[in-house]
Design a protein. Structure first.
Length: 481
């Protein structure tokens, strides 16, 4: 088949037409490193698209050891149930990984998602991650003041432009695109909702374990200071064009070696791609006016455990004093207090808070809390881990038990309805009520499914208060302690 840039050859996988490694932008190498994505060069010879292309450069993980990496990585993967179809809904999946690992392989790790076979075209792009995607420097700002720092976001928008131009050739509807992501992918969904550069490129959004109220972005001057510190770690000093040229000459290995420890990458408020902090743009209603789903899990703290964040690191990095909020939790066990604070601070408060802000702006919104743990894991886990819901939305289950399989069918049923119409509700599914302005009533998805009025109101009140004080914005209601 042909794309706007040239012919490609795909393959049939599990009765689905799969096309992998399709370029959506020119290689971001050499002079194009730390520049906005450039148009892909057209080709005439049929391109092999039967497998995945290289992942974007990242620290090597054991589970990804067999996957090649290359700075020339701006490609995407497409799965279509029927190339001859017309106007199938499109699901655009942004991978997670703390903005420093991951790739567009993510939705296919457990095989072809059943949601595709039910009539959905799935698109999963790579985008620049780590320092290659998140880098601010005075010389970059001087070079391109309206296209600096947020190269990861520019890539995602470029991939969405590719979808608009090409997806009808795969049976998809360019006017019916749903963007979805978990963790850094969910944070990306918030950013795509907020950036004016993505307007009209998608019809609805679904942000999972995304954060958004705290630690979601940084001002450009701070990002530039961090960029200069990175440059010094690689042996490059100065803030002018010669320094930038030297940085562009660094090998990928040298770039990766310039950062160590826990990842610290995130959106930059640059004045163009992100005119203001994400939550401020949500509070002002200066976001895409499309339906929004936002949710989190009951044990988001699991991701902090992976990074080694304890009480001291929470205080150092986020300014969180556990003793100051302990009365809201009423817990004598410090380990459990830390777990619940880690879960609520970045994730639960944002999942409910961002949907509240969107609802105030007049958007159809729905919130959820995922609390399901497979039966064979319940004795060992205090709740559902970070992004534990990700597979369920695509119709897959990490466990073979009947309870997990049934929940996967329910949740993918919601998602199928949502990508088709913007409303997850439908025959045979538990009803999911819309978020009402001034109320935090998420749908709790666990062994039982039901809306939870004033969900964790006492525990979440200090975080809602903190955001209002620090942002100067308001939810329009007073959090109930």
């Amino acid at each position: 088949m042909s794309t706007a840039s040239g012919p490609i050859r795909g393959v049939v996988r599990d009765d689905v037409r799969f096309f992998g490694g399709i370029p959506y932008a020119a290689p971001p190498v050499g002079a194009n490193r730390w520049r906005a994505p450039q148009p892909v060069r057209a080709w005439k010879t049929e391109r092999d698209a039967t497998g995945f292309a290289a992942d974007c450069p990242q620290p090597q993980r054991k589970e990804d050891a067999a996957f090649p990496q290359d700075e020339n990585c701006l490609t995407l993967n497409v799965a279509s149930p029927d190339l001859g179809a017309r106007k199938l809904p499109v699901l655009f999946v942004v991978h997670g990984g703390a903005y420093f690992v991951g790739s567009g392989r993510e939705p296919f790790r457990n095989g072809m998602p059943p949601l595709v076979k039910q009539g959905v075209v799935l698109v999963a792009p790579n985008y620049r991650i780590g320092r290659l995607g998140f880098f601010a420097h005075p010389a970059l700002t001087n070079e391109a003041p309206k296209a600096t720092a947020n190269f990861w976001l520019m890539d995602q928008v470029a991939a969405l432009h590719w979808v608009r131009q090409n997806i009808a050739r795969f049976g998809g509807d360019p006017d019916n695109v749903t963007i979805i992501g978990c963790s850094a992918g969910g944070s990306s969904i918030n950013a795509l909702m907020a950036t004016p550069m993505a307007r009209s490129l998608f019809a609805r959004a679904s942000a999972h374990s995304a954060g958004g109220l705290f630690n979601a972005n940084r001002p450009l001057p701070q990002a530039q200071e961090q960029g200069l510190a990175f440059a010094q770690r690689t042996g490059v000093t100065g803030d002018g064009a010669p320094s930038l040229a030297a940085l562009r000459r660094l090998s990928v290995a040298q770039v990766l070696a310039g950062d160590s420890g826990a990842p610290d990458f995130g959106a930059t408020v640059d004045g163009s791609w992100l005119p203001a902090p994400l939550s401020t743009l949500f509070a002002r209603g200066q976001i895409a006016h499309v339906p929004l789903i936002s949710g989190s899990t009951s044990n988001e703290a699991s991701v902090f455990g992976l990074m080694g964040f304890g009480r001291a690191e929470m205080a150092r990095r986020f300014g969180i004093d556990l003793s100051a909020v302990s009365s809201s939790y009423g817990l004598s066990d410090e380990a459990e207090l830390l777990r619940q604070v880690q879960t609520d601070f970045l994730f639960t408060s944002a999942a409910l808070g961002m949907t509240q802000l969107a609802a105030r702006a007049g958007l159809p919104t729905r919130a959820y809390q995922f609390d399901f743990v497979p039966p064979d894991q319940r004795s060992a886990k205090p709740g559902a881990d970070h992004c534990a819901d990700r597979l369920f939305w695509l119709g897959q289950s990490p466990s073979a038990d009947a309870e997990s399989q049934t929940l996967a069918r329910t949740m993918s049923g919601w998602m199928l309805n949502y990508v088709r119409s913007g409303d997850p509700n439908g025959p045979g599914l538990p009803r999911w009520p819309a978020t009402q302005d001034g109320r935090t009533d998420p749908l709790v998805i666990g062994q039982h499914i039901a809306a939870a009025p004033d969900f964790r109101a006492r525990q979440l009140a200090p975080w809602f208060d903190k955001w209002q004080r620090e942002s100067g914005q308001s939810f329009g209601w007073t959090p109930t302690p």
